[in-house]
Design a protein around this ligand. Structure first.
Ligand SMILES: Nc1ncnc2c1ncn2[C@@H]1O[C@H](COP(=O)(O)OP(=O)(O)O)[C@@H](O)[C@H]1O
Ligand SMILES: [Mg+2]
Length: 309
């Protein structure tokens, strides 16, 4: 897991590091509904979950909000002959070509080590392909300037197995933070945080700290946070990995609802029951290669050996 989430500063694969200090730039008092006040704080980077750190734009970029990453027409995600080799010739991905259309809901499945997280990290340019092309919203990420990476990441919502919430901030504050770092006004933050919490089914729970929420509720906060910047693409890496089956189903239902609003959704998982229940497009990886790409359940081929379970 440490590897999949590996975003340590020393990782040579790491790209697009955020500035050393992320600043919550204003005192925000929610109009009546939230008694707990937002406070003015400087957030040392090590306390910021990695996925928030990567969406933090350099401060000069806050003034250029018009310069956003807008997906063009055509597929949302395209991999063309993508090979990703880690040190020591470990193959994360071994020649992957696939296309995901705008508006699709896709599961990426495969056993541990099959390359799911590598695929996802390539999509947000947390990793670069060793060869081949990763094209998101019509942009070849191999040609995307480093300075544009924060815009790419703001256009993509990311959700992880371990939620990555700020532990000492309420649900509202965790969501507000994601808006503040992308330069939204206090009024916008105050308006959108309760809206988005209601959307994910957390109405009235904005004042709770993560530890006062169930696992499923914490994952809903992290989905809310991923949605605040209205991403065209939502990527989730094992979003139900820490949840029981019923709670997992609730999270998948939520992702389905989000997909119905037109957001492309890509979910990496090895949760066979969930995938079987959903009957969506399933891309199966095995040792870094696509071994199946079809609508339906996790593993439907009658002659299948179950090798990719
Ligand atoms: N940072 C890394 N350094 C070296 N090898 C890695 C790294 N990350 C992943 N790998 C290797 O790449 C392969 C695919 O890993 P990963 O994409 O994390 O698979 P999954 O998410 O399906 O479990 C595995 O063999 C894994 O050990
Ligand atoms: Mg993984």
């Amino acid at each position: 897991m440490a590897k999949a989430n590996g975003r340590s500063g020393s990782d040579p694969e790491m790209e697009g590091a955020a500035p050393p200090m992320a600043r919550i730039d204003d005192d925000i008092h929610d109009a009546g509904s939230t008694p707990r006040a937002f406070t003015l704080v400087e957030v040392p980077l090590e306390t910021v979950p990695a996925d928030l750190a990567v969406v933090t734009p350099p401060s000069s970029e806050k003034r250029r909000r018009g310069d956003v990453f807008r997906p063009g027409p055509g597929p949302m995600v395209q991999f063309q002959g993508v090979i990703k080799r880690y040190d020591g010739d470990v193959r994360g991905l071994d020649g992957v070509s696939v296309s995901i259309a705008t508006g699709e809901f896709v599961f990426l499945v495969g056993q541990s080590g099959s390359g799911k997280s590598t695929f996802i990290r390539l999509c947000i340019r947390e990793l670069r392909a060793t060869s081949g092309h990763v094209i998101i919203g019509g942009r070849d990420l191999g040609e995307l300037k480093r300075s544009k990476v924060p815009y790419l990441r703001r256009a993509i919502g990311c959700v992880f197995q371990d939620f990555r919430l700020l532990p000492d901030r309420t649900a509202s504050e965790n969501v507000a933070y994601a808006l503040q770092v992308t330069g939204h006004s206090r009024q916008e933050v105050n308006r959108r945080v309760p809206e988005i919490l209601a959307l994910v089914g957390l109405d009235g729970k904005g004042d709770r700290l993560p530890r006062e929420l169930s696992g499923g509720e914490q994952q809903r906060v992290s989905i809310a946070r991923a949605l605040v910047n209205q991403p065209r693409l939502l990527i989730a890496d094992e979003p139900t990995g820490n949840l029981d089956p019923d709670t997992s189903q609730g999270i998948m239902d939520l992702l389905t609802r989000i997909n119905r609003t037109g957001t492309t959704v890509l979910v990496a998982t090895h949760d066979r029951d969930t995938v079987d229940r959903m009957q969506q497009r399933v891309i199966a990886l095995h040792k870094g290669r696509i071994v199946r790409d079809a609508e339906g359940g996790y593993n439907e081929d009658p002659g299948d050996t179950g090798e990719i379970a």
